[in-house]
Design a protein around this ligand. Sequence first.
Ligand code: 5AD
Ligand code: SF4
Length: 494
Amino acid sequence: MTSRPEAEQETTPSAVSPAQDQTVKGTNTRKVFVRTYGCQMNVYDSERMTDVLAPEGFEATDDMEDADLVILNTCHIREKAAEKVYSELGRIRKVKQERARHGKDMMVGVAGCVAQAEGEEISRRAPIVDLVVGPQSYHQLPGLLSKVRNGNKVVETEFDIDAKFDHLSARAERPVMKRPPAAFLTVQEGCDKFCTFCVVPYTRGAEVSRSVEQIVAEAERMAAGGVREVTLLGQNVNAYHGEAKDGSIWGLGRLLRRLADIDGLDRLRYTTSHPRDMDDDLILAHRDLKSLMPYLHLPVQSGSDKILKSMNRRHTRDEYFRLIDRIREAAPDIALSGDFIVGFPDETDQDFADTMDLIRRVEYGSAFSFKYSQRPGTPGATMDNQVPEDVKSARLAELQALISGQQKAFNASRRGMVCDVLLEKKGRNPGQIVGKSPWLQPVQLDAAEDLIGSIQAVEIVEIGSNSLFGQLIAGQDDHANPGLPRLRSKGDVI
Ligand code: 5AD
Ligand code: SF4
């Protein structure tokens, strides 16, 4: 099985937990249930939606039947994701009918990239939907909901990212209540790369970067609210080019260096990056910043020059190898992750063999992999020589077996290491806490609940299929312990 770190799973059907939001409790409290599909960007957007709704008297619930408002925050990247939304809407219709029998109303909204791509088609196909709101418009939710209450069906899919970011920044001026120890922060949205398989440039629009000032202010508020680890998000995050106060334009490396100065923010990550935008400053940030975690998600999609070209990836396999060498020189213990697509049009056995060869040469700590899916409106959808489904399936299985072996080897290489673990939440069993290693692996250990939110030195004692098992190093307190480095000896690296 291919590894699928948590937030990249195809669906992440978790409601935003009440602990994560900033609600205004009053006698007239209404409940909102948000279900999130797709990438981390959507997880972030879902949190922001509950922020926007809090002053309207909405409180988050994880029980759909209890909800006055249900929002599906959708993903359009692969076909099945949209289909899942439609079948979920079928289930919601029954919940709505049941509530109606008890005299209770329920509004239904579809947000995210399916909303952007399908627009009115959604309420045509699923008439229970009252509101369709694109990813650049959800800051307008309060106004849109009042239109719904006046009996209108509402579709809002304008692209005005600047307006959204301004609005959200103003919202976030309110004091931050308790946040989970690891959180996302969107710094950039949209993409100008136009890979020929991908809908993102059409659903999320052109690249827009938030200003340095906005991002620093949001990160400071997060740190003040107890966040220890921030993952900077963007569809093409390392293309970040945000304006600083003095009018200069900062790249992601410079932004990370600034964020590393914020008190209490001990861990920084960013995702997802494009090889073409991996500049020297960003690479050297991995060498220079202790708080920049040794993990990099750098999708390559294919190892064949012919396919890379027809995917419009704008680099060759050799350029990718050279880039990986430079990254490893700067940060020898970095765990590399990637995305792969098998069965892109005209992918021959030899092209696929080139991809397998690339994977063997790079050695990944984990990776996501997908069968190519024809997305309407993208150039790939109408290319000749589409690859038959059974060939795609066979290639995917072969590739996933290779990645799975590499992931196991990488995990096994952590055995016996002592590393810093951010303790994030309770585990399944009593007394168990789940945290995260510097290399983004889940680590399970026995620890007191009040240690959640702290960073502890942990010895990795056992390796499971999806997580590591660790033991607290007795007497070592929070991360402030400078005497205990994250182990970064070259010999321990993959
Ligand atoms: N078919 C299959 N996989 C896709 N991805 C994006 N578009 C498609 C598609 N049409 C994958 C890419 C990308 C990841 C987020 O999803 O690997 O990096
Ligand atoms: Fe899509 Fe990423 Fe390519 Fe942009 S860089 S078009 S988001 S795959």
